[in-house]
Design a protein around this ligand. Structure first.
Ligand SMILES: C[S@@+](CC[C@H](N)C(=O)[O-])C[C@H]1O[C@@H](n2cnc3c(N)ncnc32)[C@H](O)[C@@H]1O
Length: 273
């Protein structure tokens, strides 16, 4: 599986459960190649993957929307943005900076620009920048992104990305976040906790990636402990939860009854001190 395919899969999952994800724009990215991949994942890894990704979207949608409502707008800086579409559901006083690998950024910009002209998407202030997090230094990333922030406060989001990075790159990005943000700004991030590695469903995920390995697209399988987030000195944890807990609130009829049966990611909301 190539990394851009994971981004398409997440977007398609959100489109399956609009009532949960609250993302009415995700379906615009649906395509037959991704539709062909998904049954294999749902059958061989976990049938709850689509609901879980929709819950993750719902959590960040709610938290970002209330942050921007309280602050009369601001800037969403989305690291590894893939095909996420939050900005179209926010009011147009929110600007967005989308950061991802070049092929994704080029493709997304071209499509979004065209769909906006055609009236399929509302007009939003979006800037795009291609950065590979593995290849650029902290200083370089800060130098590129700093001047792009036109409106404060900022909400940095990095979801579905740490899993694919190693710890050095993760540390580097946390330094980037601290350099870009001011006190009171927010950081939303997602990880698998190390204890998830012991679950059968996580082992099935690794097996799926191993047996569908893309020749030219290597990535890591990182898990991060809770202490990593509580120890980031420039941030305090405002809230954390996981998708199993969110399922009880936003998808009570999902049939999810056991935390260890789902690929349970933990979601953090941090505040810059
Ligand atoms: C599973 S997708 C998640 C996309 C989006 N955040 C979402 O939740 O819909 C992972 C994204 O991380 C991006 N990504 C992974 N490694 C990266 C790197 N080294 N540099 C930049 N982007 C990266 C991928 O290109 C992809 O868009």
């Amino acid at each position: 599986m190539q990394i851009h395919e994971t981004a398409f899969a997440v977007s398609t999952y959100r489109s399956y459960h609009e009532d949960i994800s609250k993302d009415i724009y995700a379906k615009i990215w649906n395509n037959s190649a991704t539709d062909a991949l998904i049954p294999n994942i749902l059958n061989n890894v976990s049938k709850y993957e689509a609901i879980l990704h929709s819950l993750r979207n719902r959590f960040f949608y709610e938290r970002m929307n209330s942050f921007f409502e309280e602050n009369n707008g601001g800037t969403l800086i989305n690291f590894g943005s893939g095909f996420s579409m939050y900005q179209f559901s926010f009011r147009n006083n929110v600007s967005t900076i989308e950061i991802d690998k070049k092929d994704i950024i080029d493709y997304k910009k071209e499509k979004v620009d065209r769909w906006t002209i055609e009236g399929k998407l509302p007009n939003r202030n979006i800037q795009y920048i291609a950065i590979d997090f593995n290849d650029s230094s902290t200083e370089k990333i800060v130098e590129l992104l700093g001047p792009m922030i036109e409106k404060e406060p900022t909400f940095i989001l990095i979801e579905g990305v740490f899993f694919f990075l190693d710890r050095n790159t993760t540390n580097k990005l946390c330094n980037v976040f601290a350099a870009l943000q001011k006190p009171g700004d927010r950081l939303g991030c997602v990880t698998y906790l190390p204890e998830v590695e012991n679950t059968k469903v996580y082992q099935r995920l690794l097996h799926y990636f191993d047996s569908n390995n893309a020749t030219n697209d290597s990535f890591n399988h990182q898990t991060i402990p809770h202490s990593y987030f509580s120890d980031i000195k420039e941030y305090t944890i405002k809230e954390y939860t996981d998708e199993f807990e969110l399922s009880k609130i936003f998808a009570p009829k999902s049939g999810i009854s056991d935390k260890d049966e789902v690929l349970n990611e933990t979601l953090y909301l941090l505040e810059k001190t």
